[in-house]
Design a binder for this molecule. Structure first.
Ligand SMILES: [Fe+2]
Ligand SMILES: [Fe+2]
Length: 181
């Protein structure tokens, strides 16, 4: 399955209020993560990657009609990158595909990052492969989108609070169309 731009809006409209395994809704998490990317002066593609990084969760909800078992790894990073591949270039999809690897990486090199994880993130870490081996770290560091993925992952973890002022989802529609191929 691949998506068109309109399907992105539909998915957020239908499932954006779902809290998945976090305390805040999927749409708030998406908007907060994108806001942090923008505030860091990140490029347009990475802002859209931040906005859409968890769209794989929404696809999962859609496929299961909302009845998901969150203890099962839904490989949402791979699903997300795949469904967006027709719309966006790897500048958007590669950091999305790598954002779980980036979490494993950061937890491995920075104990304080691990302690900053939300409860949902801690629970999913084991099913996502746990900490990285030195070989896995080396391979990840050599990926051309390594830095973008790590940056995205830091905003991801930062984007789980309740009092960050964010723009509405529609604020990003122009940027999404501009970044789309
Ligand atoms: Fe995620
Ligand atoms: Fe996330």
């Amino acid at each position: 399955m691949t998506l068109a731009l309109d399907n992105i809006y539909e998915l957020f409209e239908k499932w954006g209020s779902n809290v998945y395994d976090e305390k805040i809704s999927q749409i708030d998490h998406a908007l907060q993560t994108a806001t942090l990317a923008e505030q860091s002066g990140s490029n347009d593609e990475l802002v859209i990657a931040a906005l859409l990084h968890d769209i794989g969760h929404l696809v999962h909800l859609q496929n299961e009609n909302g009845k998901v078992n969150i203890s099962v790894n839904d490989s949402h990073e791979a699903v997300g990158a795949r469904v967006l591949a027709n719309i966006f270039s790897p500048g958007v999809t590669a950091p999305i595909a790598l954002h779980v690897e980036a979490k494993r990486y950061l937890c491995t090199i920075e104990p304080e990052y691990f302690y900053s994880l939300s409860l949902g993130s801690v629970h999913s870490l084991e099913t996502q492969g746990g900490l990285m081996t030195p070989d896995e770290m080396q391979r990840f560091e050599n990926h051309p989108s390594f830095l973008a993925a790590v940056a995205l992952r830091r905003w991801d973890e930062g984007g789980k609070i309740t009092n960050l002022k964010v723009a509405p989802f529609a604020y990003y529609s122009e940027l999404m169309s501009k970044v789309a191929r």
